[in-house]
Unconditional design. Structure first.
Length: 178
């Protein structure tokens, strides 16, 4: 189910738009800039008439991206004091997992990842401090596709993550750019 701003933390959805490759690239760049400026369109509402088009996916880790943050998470994870289901899917002990790279490269749109402290302002506003999560950037705005529970259900599997993303997009009546 699609949500209004501030009503998400677990299991929501995103959208994107299509067009010619040149127009599409320009629209992605403009949309990316809006997100970073914090002026992204508001999340899709039930009143939206056309099917949202997913242009880009954004994953947000439940960890800080600074050296201190990365180290604190790594130690905390080993001691059972810190957990991030998205980290489990995309990373091994130290670096990005090769099976994640293959799955990410097979997605029909780019999938960018951020930490809670470096996520774009628009994404931060839509997530309302809930991480980990996967957000879809669409031609209708930003929509949470997956929250912590849905990411946890992937059980560390990149294949299950891509299946969950596709299922959430389909359930929301979204389509992929291109």
């Amino acid at each position: 189910m699609l949500h209004q701003r501030g009503e998400l933390c677990r299991g929501e959805q995103a959208v994107t738009h299509a067009g010619s490759p040149t127009v599409q690239a320009k629209q992605r760049a403009e949309s990316f800039e809006r997100i970073h400026r914090g002026t992204a369109p508001t999340p899709m509402t039930p009143e939206t008439s056309s099917a949202p088009v997913i242009e880009r996916l954004v994953g947000v880790y439940n960890a800080n991206g600074t050296l201190r943050g990365e180290l604190a998470y790594w130690i905390g994870a080993r001691l059972g004091r810190a957990h991030c289901a998205l980290c489990d899917i995309t990373h091994g002990t130290v670096r990005e997992r090769p099976d994640w790279q293959v799955c990410r490269d097979g997605l029909p749109v780019p999938f960018d990842t951020y930490h809670v402290d470096d996520q774009p302002l628009g994404v931060r506003e839509v997530l309302n401090d809930c991480a980990p999560a996967v957000v879809a950037q669409t031609d209708h705005g930003l929509v949470v596709l997956l929250g912590a529970d849905e990411l946890e259900a992937c059980e560390g599997s990149p294949d299950r993550l891509t299946e969950a993303i596709s299922a959430a997009a389909d359930a929301a009546g979204m389509r992929w750019a291109g």
